[in-house]
Design a binder for this molecule. Sequence first.
Ligand code: TIU
Length: 220
Amino acid sequence: MDKIKAEPFSFPVKHDQLALVVIDMQRDFAEPGGFGASLGNDVSRITRIVPDVKRLIEGFRNAGLPIIHTMECHRPDLSDLPPAKRDRGNPTLRIGDIGPMGRVLISGEPGTAILPELAPVEGEVVIEKPGKGAFYATKLGEVLQQRGIKQLVFAGVTTEVCVQTTMREANDRGYECLLAEEATESYFAEFKAAAIAMIRAQGAIVGWTAHVDDILESIS
Ligand code: TIU
């Protein structure tokens, strides 16, 4: 059996069941004027991981392995936006408001798009999701089942919000999950470190973590 060097122990990779899931690498989380910035965050932390996310995407593309991109966003009529989500906190812009990149986190708006360097290509799955987790109110589970995918490598943002929520949802559904450490980021360095530590604690209670180089070496 092939293994990827990982923590807390090697990841038992099955190449015919493996896919990459890139979570929410959208302008709204990475550029000034978007949703992440409206919450008071330093968005430059997010742009720094783009080269590593890109390396991972290109590695999966070159290996002919499936890639799934997710986008956190809502319908223009806000029918999938619970008031409890819209009204939480004190952002400068709320979801659905008009900002410098169009309506914040609304499907089809310029700011909602995936960063151009990481844009999906034909044949890759794009899942629009109204929640932090990518399984809630989406077709992700069916897509994975139809394709026989049982192992997921995760990249994207933010580590402790949408990435970790989706990993927990996937773990409960029986998927083996591996987080690519350099290809995920948080607005808070200590939250990224804590999320990585809690995911792989207790014998990989939520999943494994590995370096991008070790993942790429295994699939090339
Ligand atoms: N994609 C994602 O993580 N959505 C967030 O709102 N993250 C924050 O950290 N705010």
